[in-house]
Design a protein around this ligand. Structure first.
Ligand code: NDP
Ligand code: PYC
Length: 341
């Protein structure tokens, strides 16, 4: 979808309703449509563009390929005092997490922590959306998800890892939660696709071409090449950890086990996701958890770090509340066409 054309603004509710219509028109259940529409509209509102409406053609294509079940009803199993297993049944990850969330919060408040292991799940969105709501309820949340083998491990010669993001959220005192969310690849696959679409080179150190040589050409990275982990061996080890937590621990596929070749048009990796929740209140009220977080943040500001993770998104969210969400008219028309298909 092109971003350099005439622009218009739409309200969050308008965008969410249109996205819901698109998901329904392309075969999801009402519940799945509502969850994915809110997820994707929220990403667009917060200027998380690599996982906003840019993803709609991919969602539609993957639904048509038969690779994902847009009507799947997840199976939530309460397996231990602080462990929930969810079989997403080849559906999207967000409805699977939504199905487990009330039990996960109750168990975290009871036991002090809880692990939610999701398998058979397709994650095509931004991960901060999965952790922020828990921090809004006073919990610390960490989530990891693996994707498809497009990242060459440090020192290796062929892709094994997914772009494997991790998102962390903590409640704050009188502020929106502090959230960071980052791929463990040097750049998210979505941003490589956006660079290719816009005809831009990517910076050095992001990827390699088919022959293993470094390249700045996003098309060479996408067509037979691969991404590199961020930070050399350190990012590579984090990607390794995420494969273990999101796939080995949950029963989901490793990124290198994703094989959608029998489903032309498939774009959503079917893997696993792990969410770890902690109730800081269990650490004892004397510790004053959120006040300690505020002290840390104040010290960061004193040290010169003005911009915290999430600040850019929150500024975009505030702008959208004032002015609406800016979309180019071509994209808006394309979305309307998808809703009518
Ligand atoms: P970015 O590199 O854009 O941002 C990573 C984090 O760093 C964000 O929390 C961002 O905050 C923060 N940040 C950015 N710049 C600064 C700065 N100067 N100082 C302090 N903090 C900063 O993210 P990625 O490109 O790695 O990932 C983009 C999205 O792609 C994520 O939402 C991720 O979940 C998603 N993704 C999804 C996958 C999936 O399988 N579903 C796979 C891979 C990625 P802010 O948001 O405010 O800019
Ligand atoms: O941007 O790397 C990415 C990605 C993979 C799956 C969904 N998003």
């Amino acid at each position: 979808m092109n971003t350099h054309r005439e622009r218009q603004t739409v309200s969050f509710e308008q965008l969410e309703a249109l996205l819901r219509d698109i998901f329904l028109a392309h075969g999801t259940s009402t519940n799945v449509a509502a969850i994915l529409a809110r997820n994707c509209a929220s990403a667009e509102r917060d200027a998380a563009h690599s996982h906003g409406v840019f993803r709609i053609p991919g969602y539609v294509s993957t639904l048509h390929s038969g690779w994902v079940d847009g009507r799947a009803v997840p199976l939530v199993e309460d397996v231990a005092a602080a462990f929930i297993q969810v079989d997403a049944r080849n559906g999207f990850a967000q409805p699977a997490l939504a199905a487990a969330a009330p039990l996960a919060v109750a168990k975290t408040r009871d036991a002090g922590s809880c692990v939610v292991g999701i398998h058979g799940s397709h994650h095509f969105g931004a991960l901060w959306l999965d952790v922020e709501p828990f921090a809004e309820q006073g919990l610390v949340a960490l989530s990891v998800v693996n994707s498809m083998a497009v990242v060459v491990p440090h020192g290796a010669t062929k892709p094994v890892f997914g772009t494997n993001p991790m998102a962390f959220a903590t409640p704050r005192d009188g502020h929106l939660p502090l959230v960071f969310d980052q791929a463990t690849s040097a750049m998210a696959h979505g941003d490589i696709k956006i660079a290719a679409r816009e005809g831009r080179l990517v910076p050095d150190g992001i990827g390699v071409a088919r022959n293993g040589q470094p390249t700045r050409d996003p098309k060479a990275i996408l067509e037979g090449g691969a991404l590199l982990p961020f930070g050399g061996h350190k990012g590579s080890s984090l990607a390794l950890m995420i494969e273990i937590l999101a796939a080995a621990l949950t029963g989901g596929r490793f990124s290198f086990e994703v094989d959608w070749s029998a489903h032309p048009g498939a774009q959503t990796p079917c893997t696993g996701q792990c969410v770890i929740l902690i109730d800081p209140a269990k650490a004892g009220s004397l510790l004053g958890f959120t006040q300690r977080v505020e002290r840390l943040i104040a010290t960061l500001h004193d040290a010169g770090q003005d911009r915290l993770p999430g600040d850019r998104r929150h500024a975009a969210r505030a702008r959208a509340a004032r002015e609406g969400i800016a979309l180019d008219t071509h994209t808006w028309n394309e979305l309307n066409a998808y809703a009518e298909a």
